[in-house]
Design a protein around this ligand. Structure first.
Ligand code: ADP
Length: 328
């Protein structure tokens, strides 16, 4: 019997959107019933691209409040800020010695993000996946719930753990990625060829977790659809497929069930209205709770500090083993 220990991180950048919610946050909440759960707001990752230090702090509280509003219970999971646990940075350096430069050079996300930079492409943007590996491996996590865009990074952290263990002995746990069956890759409503994202996506095509119901309705009403009138998922219908995916994920059903539920619809307008309704039902309670939680920064700070104490105890234990076998 292998105990389930779940770890995942989320960046305190931009405004968290429906893709983050459906692809990741929902599954963090469910993880609390599946095993020991550890969730981290990864502020060190946010420093890899230009940012405003004061805004980072605000976004950190925003993100923590969204996670709690979504259903993370600090009594049932560990919720903390990455930079509070220095072991992540030290482990990242040590693990970079068992990371192949050629592997980092193949990371799609680095290629995309570096191409989007106007001046400096930082070395930390390049080594970001090693820090992400350290985040997970420090807790000997078995399970990493993330969206589809993180597949390559999860593969890399597995390679790093395996190479480390082969060289130094079985110290690290090789984690499995956990990708959602529905909603692993929510696309931009204005351009279903690109994923919904804080960077790069369009504001009109991105539903934010904290959007008011009216804004959600408007964005879905204007979502780009496809030619024809038939409501079905398929490669030739990227816009409709994305809406069905969102509808299914928001209702907690399969895509086939979502499609069947639209059998009597008169056209895409009905699909958009049903999807808006489901998304509002999903996000509205979160926004309401968020507004209460966000006003009390002292309380958020206390939750994160308590989480960091628990996290540090686990990470320090792993790091002691790593240092011992590495002879440093
Ligand atoms: P972003 O990718 O928006 O900058 P993060 O890096 O903090 O945000 O991602 C947090 C989680 O949300 C990750 O697990 C990521 O895979 C997931 N995620 C991001 N965008 C999407 C999307 N469009 N669809 C599904 N999941 C997504």
């Amino acid at each position: 019997l292998r105990l389930v220990r779940i770890f995942s991180g989320i960046q305190p950048t931009g405004r968290k959107h429906l893709g983050n919610y459906i692809g990741a946050i929902q599954h963090y909440v469910a993880g609390q019933d599946a095993g020991e759960s550890i969730y981290c707001v990864v502020d060190l990752h946010a420093t890899t691209v230009p940012y405003d230090p004061r805004e980072l702090r605000e976004r950190l509280y925003d993100t923590a409040a969204i996670l709690i509003a979504a259903g993370l219970d600090p009594e049932r999971c560990i919720l903390f800020r990455q930079s509070d646990v220095q072991e992540h940075s030290e482990l990242s350096w040590l693990l970079s010695s068992v990371t192949a430069w050629g592997d980092l050079n193949r990371m799609h996300q680095f290629k995309e993000k570096s191409a989007a930079q106007r001046d400096l492409v930082s070395a930390s943007l390049f080594t970001y996946p090693v820090l992400m590996a350290a985040d997970v491996l420090a807790y000997r996590a078995t399970t990493v719930p993330v969206g589809d865009d993180q597949r390559q990074h999860v593969e890399l952290m597995r390679d790093i753990a395996e190479r480390f263990n082969a060289r130094y002995g079985e110290i690290l746990v090789v984690p499995d990625g956990q990708f959602p069956e529905v909603g692993a890759r929510i696309m931009d409503l204005q351009d279903p060829a690109r994923k919904m994202s804080t960077t790069g996506g369009s504001v009109e095509g991105t539903v934010y977790v904290l959007d008011e119901p009216k804004a959600i309705e408007k964005k879905l009403k204007r979502a780009v659809t496809d030619s024809g009138t038939e409501i079905r998922a398929g490669a030739d219908k990227p816009g409709v497929t994305n809406l069905l995916d969102i509808l299914a994920a928001a209702r907690g059903t399969t895509v086939a069930e979502a499609q069947a539920s639209m059998a009597d619809a008169r056209g895409y307008g009905d699909l958009k209205a049903a999807t808006a309704e489901a998304v509002i039902a999903l996000l509205d309670p979160v926004r309401t709770r968020y507004e209460e939680l966000r006003t009390d920064e002292d309380r958020l700070e206390a939750v994160l500090a308590a989480g960091a104490d628990k996290a540090r105890a686990i990470a320090a234990d792993t790091l002691a083993d790593v240092r011992r076998v590495m002879g440093v």
